[in-house]
Ligand binder design. Structure first.
Ligand code: IPD
Ligand code: CA
Ligand code: CA
Length: 264
């Protein structure tokens, strides 16, 4: 089966999980939330959604491996590995605030070859496969043309209880507050990357993310014409816990800003 066909199937799987999550939201009880760490939550909804996704992906691509946030599947996989966050934006979900998304990436060896991010609250499905284009609900998306901070709206995530980089974070915020169109914090890294891909934001950066937060969104952004790196401008952005992601024209300026602030 080719990647395009696999992608169509993955879109259906992401939407089915999204429908389950949206349904659970209508009767969600805060008492059912478990605390994984400070401000790091998980509920039966995350786990059940992941089980549904894994079950269907196993049938779609037998022998594939899994890297999943909730750890419901561990198979290593010879050739392909799925990288799954069943609910990216759990804190938003439990508070009933948008956005939150299903994120499913597929890796062939070390390369991301397919990505689907289904943002449930707006019913927006972003997707891409290697060799194709980036799409949003059937329409091609592209990054914006902006090339300077002065023309840019930036999105980030606030590290949970992390004090290590707080000076760098605050210095970056201070600079962007003065020079950019503004800073947003949506609460879903997969959605952040997809919005840069769709030209809604010019740049995104965050520390402490896991591969399941970013795998799908990275490919969607790259195939929409965007650029991704770690804070040094290198390639360790999927497993390295540091990501800079921008449109094409703004990359050099933004990556330099992040590197100067974080890698002193
Ligand atoms: C979180 C979201 C958030 C980011 C956190 C992630 P979760 O994922 O992507 O935007 O700032 O670091 O952990 O826990 O909601 O799946
Ligand atoms: Ca996540
Ligand atoms: Ca999650």
């Amino acid at each position: 089966m080719g990647l395009e066909k696999i992608c169509q199937e993955v879109i259906e799987i992401a939407k089915a999980a999204g429908a389950f999550i949206a349904g659970e939201r209508t009767s969600f009880d805060l008492k059912l939330v478990e605390i994984k760490g400070k401000a790091n939550f998980v509920s039966y909804v995350d786990k059940k959604a992941e089980e549904m996704i894994v079950d269907r992906l196993r049938k779609l691509l037998p022998d594939s491996g899994f890297i999943t946030e909730e750890g419901t599947a561990f198979d290593s996989g010879e050739k392909f590995r799925w990288v799954i966050d069943p609910l990216d934006g759990t804190t938003n979900f439990i508070h009933g605030a948008p956005p939150y998304a299903v994120s499913i990436g597929l890796m062939e060896a070390d390369e991301i070859v397919l990505g689907v991010v289904y943002e449930i609250t707006k019913d927006e499905c972003f997707y891409a496969w290697k060799g194709g284009k980036s799409m949003l609900n059937g329409r091609e998306i592209k990054v914006s043309e902006a090339s300077t901070t002065e023309e840019s709206l930036i999105v980030t995530g606030f590290p949970y209880g992390e004090v290590k980089n707080s000076d760098a974070f605050i210095d970056t915020i201070k600079h962007l507050m003065v020079h950019s169109h503004g800073i947003r914090r949506l609460g879903s890294a997969a959605t952040d990357l997809s919005y840069v891909a769709a030209g809604r934001f010019e740049a995104f950066w965050e520390t402490g993310l896991s591969p399941w937060d970013v795998a799908a969104g990275i490919l969607i952004l790259q195939l929409a014409g965007g650029k991704v790196s770690d804070f040094h401008g290198g390639d360790n952005f999927l497993f390295g816990g540091q990501i800079v992601a921008t449109n094409k024209n703004y990359f050099n300026e933004f990556q330099s800003l992040i590197e100067n602030n974080y890698c002193k």
